[in-house]
Design a protein around this ligand. Sequence first.
Ligand SMILES: C[S@@+](CC[C@H](N)C(=O)[O-])C[C@H]1O[C@@H](n2cnc3c(N)ncnc32)[C@H](O)[C@@H]1O
Length: 422
Amino acid sequence: MHPKAILGACSELLQDVLTFEHPADAVVSRYFREHRSLGPRERGTLAETVYAVLRRKLLFDHLAPSGSGPKARRLAILGFQGPRDFLLAALDEPEKRWLAQCDAVDRQALLERHRHNLPEWLVEPLKAQLGAEFWALAECFNEPAPLDLRVNAFTDKREDVQAELRRAGIAAVATPYSPWGLRLADKPALTRLEAFTRGAFEVQDEGSQLLALLLEARRGEMVVDFCAGAGGKTLALGAVMRSTGRLYAFDTSAHRLEALKPRLARSKLSNVHPAAIAHERDERIKRLAGKIDRVIVDAPCSGLGTLRRNPDLKWRQSPQAVAEMTVKQAAILRSAARLLKSGGRLVYATCSVLPAENEDIAAAFTAELAETFRPLPVADILQHVKVTQPGLTAGPDGGAYLRLWPHRHQTDGFFAAAWERR
Ligand SMILES: C[S@@+](CC[C@H](N)C(=O)[O-])C[C@H]1O[C@@H](n2cnc3c(N)ncnc32)[C@H](O)[C@@H]1O
């Protein structure tokens, strides 16, 4: 495609994304479905340009008014992810002069908001937690995330899959914390690989893999993934259980559970039982009360730990939405806890970096149910599963909770707390 056509497509797509009516990934996928002639390179340029604009939206909104032409086009020029010569071939002379002026702006002299590109309501809780380290996180949030894979421990060994990828020309290194993880240097197409179709791996952030590890599910147990979604954690748990016992995958979204089906078929697991529930107090939950060995609640959350992958969330979330979410999180955790038998383990997790969705929910649960649930320090569990690197935990005594940060651990931002039923 000619540079002018590509830039035109970027502006058109951005216009849609920037209404924020739908998640950016859904808008991008729909655009690609409606424009089937776009090749993989063109799709890459379009998607990366849109994401670059979402990441640095405050800076680009600040620079855009000095240019001319439609705003979406100016933003697409500022965020364009392709060779500079290619971009210049799409611009007229005034646009080239304007871009040169924008390039010359001293980034360090900008206002804080134009450097961190985060909404103010989010800056405050992050600075309160991180102090000067806030800037390292802000920079990290504005870069794309690496691509992590989880090797299916039921069917394959990590080093074998790594070697198989190498033979296909794909460089991958073992992840530092998860025993099942491989981190890729690039973003190659994976779905046509034989290793993918036979279920030897799934795409999954290393942090997400650690959450499944914390449950320490065993062979033959009754386990519930309460908010299973498309089954990222479910598949990891089923593999740890060596396809034995019974693993219920619950979710209120039948649509998300539907996306689990093809993944499940690839995985060769036969112990997973997906079931849509109406809400967290569903009859099915009541029938299983007191019968389950382990329950993971991967709660619906703001997703603000995933800003590298979903930068539109910082513009689509709000303090009100987070406040509503916390009520839901507490209710789901309380209901899910009823499933556990004596001695059973409960794990609560989110991909949020806000204490309101994390430590506050965990502390309130501990306080409310102190007679029934004993907090399990995550540091002890990590030791037990031989993830011994320091710095993964936080909270009381430094070891109460899992706390992963993109700039420290190269994972998405994750939180987890664990309890044992007395
Ligand atoms: C963070 S996502 C789960 C991601 C999934 N565990 C994975 O690893 O791929 C949270 C899920 O909670 C589901 N959910 C929302 N409200 C729920 C409820 N009351 N009970 C159970 N699941 C719920 C959402 O549909 C969503 O799929």
